[in-house]
Design a protein around this ligand. Structure first.
Ligand SMILES: Nc1ncnc2c1ncn2[C@@H]1O[C@H](COP(=O)(O)OP(=O)(O)OP(=O)(O)O)[C@@H](O)[C@H]1O
Ligand SMILES: [Mg+2]
Length: 617
C-alpha cells in the first residue's frame, strides 16, 4: 500500500481554519477592526455593503506595513504581535495568533493598500483564495486600507448559511459597538450601503456610551471606579430606573477586550438585586484591567471567552465595586461593599506577583494549554457555580412565568382577612353588573360560580387575534397624523425597526425612515391616543428585543406578541361598565379565550360547588 497521509494545500487549510475564525461577515469586521486598533490608529472607518456580504472595508491611519510585511501578513501564523511563548503572558494587543488575515484571504477576494509613515510609496496587494494576484507600488496615505469582497465566494455552502441582510447587519453593528466602546479615544465611523450609521468622535468613555446607547443615558450613568494592586475596575452602570426588559446593553471588557461571561454578569445582577424588577436588566459597560499573566485569552477561537487565574476574586471585586458605586450615589442603602475578608486576605490579592510565582505559573496546566491553539476548553468551574444559569431563564422571562406561579400570585389576595370584604363586594355584583377590583381584575358572576378576569391578559389575547387577522387579510386602517412625530433611535434599533416597517403598516402604523437614525410616524391606528405613538413604538421595540433570542418564533410572531402586550390595558386602569362588558364580549369571541399567546391565563374560574366544599357544606 502506498503512503496516504499528505499535507493539505495551503488554501484548503486556510479555508478550514477560517471556519472557526470567520463565521459570518461580523467576525471579519471584528478581526479587521481589531487589527486597525492594534496598528495604533486614531481614526478607523468601517464601510460595508449588503451587510458585509459583498464588501467589508476598514480604513485606518495607523502604522501601516512595509512591502514585505504586507505580503507576509496573509501567511498563516504570521504575526508581529508575539515572538515567543513568554509574550503570551503579556498580551496587550487584540490579535496574537496570526490567523485572521490568512483566514480572510482564504474565503474572500481581498485588496490591501498600506503605507508606513517613513516610506514614500505604499504597497497594493490583491489576493484571492490565498493566492496573490497583483502586487505593486501605490500612492496611498499612511495607514492601512483593506477591502474584502464577496465573502465565501469560494465556499457556497457557507454563503448559503448566511442570514438575511438585516440580521447580518445587526451582528456587524454589535461587533462594531463592542470595539468602539472599548476605545473611546479613537474616532470610529460605520457606513452601510452608502449611509452613515455611526460617526463617533473621540472623547471620554461616558461620551462614547451616550453616543452609542442613546441620549437617555446621559444623566443616568453611575460611575464605577475601584483600584487595587490586583486589578482595576472602571466604567459605568445605568441607574436602576434605566433597567430594561432586554439584556442588550451589557458589556464587559477585560484589558479592553469585549468578553462574554455569564458568571461576571451574575455578579453585577447580584449587586443590583432588590433595586430592579426580577426580569429586567441594568445597563453596564465595565472595564477590568489586570496583569495579562493572570488570564488566558486563548481558550476560544474568537477570544470572547477568557479564563481568569482566579475568577472568584474577580466576581467579588465586580460585585463589591458595583455595590459601592450604587451606594455612593445613594441609590442603595447597603454599605456592605467591602470585599469578603477571606478574599481580601488571600495571597493572590495581598501579595505582589513575584518572579517565583511567574515560574510556578508557567509550570501549571493553564500555561500548557496556551500552546494548544483552537482547543476550546471552557471555564470548568461554571458547573460548580450555583445559580449562575438562573439568568438564562430570564431571557424568556415572560414565558417562564408559569400558570402555577400565576395562580399562586392571584390566590394570595384571597387571604382570610380580605375574604369577607371581597365576597361582600361580589355579592353586590348581582345581575349584569361587572365588578372591577384593584384596577386589575374583573369579577363576573356566572351560573356555576364566578370568574376572575385579568384585564390586561384578556386584552392582550383580544389584540393578538385582531393583529393576526390584520396581517392575514384585514389590515388595520391608518389615520394620518396632522403633526407627525419623529422618533430617534440608536443605530442598532434602527436596523431592527427597518425590518418591521412593512408589517407595522398592516397593523396601522405608517412609519418612514428619515435618515440619521430618525423615523417619522406618519400615521397610527385610529384608537391610539395622540402623543402616545412614540412610546408605543419604543416600548414595542423593547419588548421585541426581549423576544429576540427566542429562535422558535418568526419575526412576525415576535412583532404580534410585542405589539399585543404593549397596547394592552395596564393594571391600575379604571374601566367603565361598558368597557368591561366590551372586553368580556371580545374575549369570549376569541378563538382561544383562556390564555394569552404567551400562555398566561386570561381568567380563572371559581365553582360554587367547590366553594361550598371549602366551607364544609
Ligand atoms: N491594519 C493593520 N495595520 C498594520 N498592520 C496590520 C494591520 N492588519 C494586520 N497587520 C499586520 O498583519 C499581521 C497579521 O494580522 P492578523 O490579523 O492575521 O494576525 P494578528 O492580528 O497578529 O493575530 P490574530 O489572528 O489574533 O488577529 C499583524 O500581526 C500585523 O503585523
Ligand atoms: Mg488580527
Amino acid at each position: 500500500m502506498p503512503d496516504i497521509v499528505q499535507l493539505l494545500p495551503e488554501n484548503i487549510a486556510n479555508q478550514i481554519a477560517a471556519g472557526e475564525v470567520i463565521q459570518r461577515p461580523a467576525s471579519a469586521v471584528k478581526e479587521l477592526l481589531e487589527n486597525a486598533v492594534d496598528s495604533g490608529a486614531t481614526e478607523i472607518k468601517l464601510i460595508v455593503n449588503d451587510a458585509g456580504k459583498s464588501l467589508i472595508q476598514v480604513i485606518d491611519n495607523g502604522q501601516g506595513m512595509s512591502e514585505t510585511d504586507a505580503r507576509m501578513c496573509f501567511e498563516r501564523h504570521a504575526t508581529s504581535k508575539i515572538k515567543n511563548i513568554e509574550d503570551l503572558f503579556h498580551i496587550k494587543t487584540m490579535g496574537f495568533r496570526g490567523e485572521a488575515l490568512a483566514s480572510i484571504a482564504g474565503v474572500a477576494q481581498v485588496e490591501l493598500k498600506t503605507k508606513k509613515a517613513e516610506d514614500l510609496t505604499g504597497t497594493y496587494i490583491e489576493i484571492e483564495n490565498s493566492v496573490v494576484i497583483t502586487q505593486q507600488p501605490v500612492a496611498t496615505p499612511q495607514g492601512t486600507n483593506i477591502a474584502m469582497k464577496n465573502l465565501f465566494f469560494n465556499v457556497p455552502a457557507r454563503r448559503n448559511f448566511l442570514k438575511s441582510n438585516p440580521s447580518e447587519l445587526r451582528h456587524i453593528v454589535d461587533e462594531f459597538i463592542r470595539v468602539a466602546l472599548g476605545f473611546p479615544q479613537i474616532f470610529f465611523s460605520l457606513t452601510s450601503n452608502g449611509q452613515q450609521v455611526f460617526h463617533l468622535e473621540k472623547g471620554s468613555l461616558k461620551q462614547r456610551i451616550v453616543q452609542i446607547l442613546g441620549n437617555n443615558y446621559s444623566a443616568k450613568l453611575v460611575s464605577v471606579n475601584e483600584e487595587t494592586d490586583y486589578m482595576n475596575i472602571y466604567g459605568f452602570v445605568g441607574k436602576p430606573e434605566t433597567a430594561k426588559k432586554t439584556r442588550g446593553d451589557q458589556y464587559f471588557f477585560v484589558n479592553n477586550r469585549f468578553i462574554k461571561s455569564a458568571y461576571l454578569n451574575h455578579a453585577v445582577m447580584n449587586a443590583f438585586s432588590d433595586m430592579i424588577a426580577k426580569d429586567s436588566f441594568p445597563m453596564y459597560a465595565l472595564f477590568i484591567d489586570l496583569d495579562p499573566s493572570r488570564l488566558d485569552i486563548n481558550v476560544h477561537p474568537t477570544k470572547q471567552e477568557i479564563k481568569f487565574e482566579d475568577e472568584k476574586i474577580i466576581y467579588a471585586f465586580v460585585q463589591s465595586a458595583v455595590k459601592h458605586s450604587l451606594a455612593q450615589f445613594s441609590i442603595t442603602p447597603t454599605l456592605d461593599f467591602d470585599l469578603d475578608a477571606s478574599i481580601q486576605q488571600s495571597d493572590a490579592v495581598s501579595q505582589p506577583f513575584t518572579e517565583d510565582k511567574r515560574s510556578a505559573a508557567s509550570a501549571s496546566s493553564l500555561y500548557k494549554t496556551f500552546t494548544q491553539k483552537h482547543q476550546a476548553h471552557f471555564i470548568e468551574s461554571k458547573s460548580q457555580l450555583k445559580h449562575w444559569d438562573e439568568d438564562k431563564s430570564l431571557v424568556n422571562g415572560q414565558e417562564s412565568f408559569s400558570v402555577k406561579d400565576f395562580e399562586k400570585e392571584e390566590l394570595k389576595s384571597f387571604d382570610i382577612e380580605n375574604n369577607f370584604l371581597e365576597l361582600k363586594e361580589i355579592k353586590k355584583a348581582t345581575g349584569d353588573d361587572l365588578l372591577q377590583i384593584h384596577g386589575t381584575f374583573i369579577i363576573a358572576q356566572n351560573q356555576k360560580g364566578f370568574i376572575v378576569i385579568h384585564q390586561q391578559n384578556a386584552h392582550e389575547r383580544i389584540l393578538y387575534e385582531r393583529f393576526v387577522n390584520a396581517l392575514k387579510d384585514k389590515p388595520i386602517a391608518t389615520q394620518r397624523s396632522l403633526f407627525p412625530a419623529t422618533i430617534e433611535l440608536t443605530a442598532s434599533d434602527c436596523v431592527l425597526l427597518n425590518e418591521l416597517l412593512n408589517d407595522l403598516q398592516l397593523l396601522g402604523y405608517l412609519v418612514e425612515p428619515f435618515g440619521n437614525n430618525t423615523f417619522v410616524i406618519q400615521g397610527t391606528p385610529a384608537d391610539v391616543v395622540d402623543g402616545n405613538e412614540k412610546i408605543t413604538i419604543d416600548k414595542m421595540l423593547e419588548q421585541y428585543k426581549h423576544f429576540s433570542n427566542d429562535l422558535k418564533f418568526s419575526k412576525r410572531e415576535k412583532l404580534l406578541r410585542s405589539m399585543a402586550w404593549q397596547r394592552s390595558i395596564k393594571p391600575g386602569t379604571p374601566l367603565s361598565q361598558k368597557e368591561m362588558r366590551g372586553l368580556c364580549d371580545d374575549l369570549f369571541n376569541c378563538e382561544i379565550c383562556n390564555s394569552t399567546a404567551n400562555g398566561k391565563p386570561t381568567y380563572l374560574e371559581f365553582k360554587k360547588d367547590d366553594l361550598d366544599k371549602m366551607f364544609g357544606k
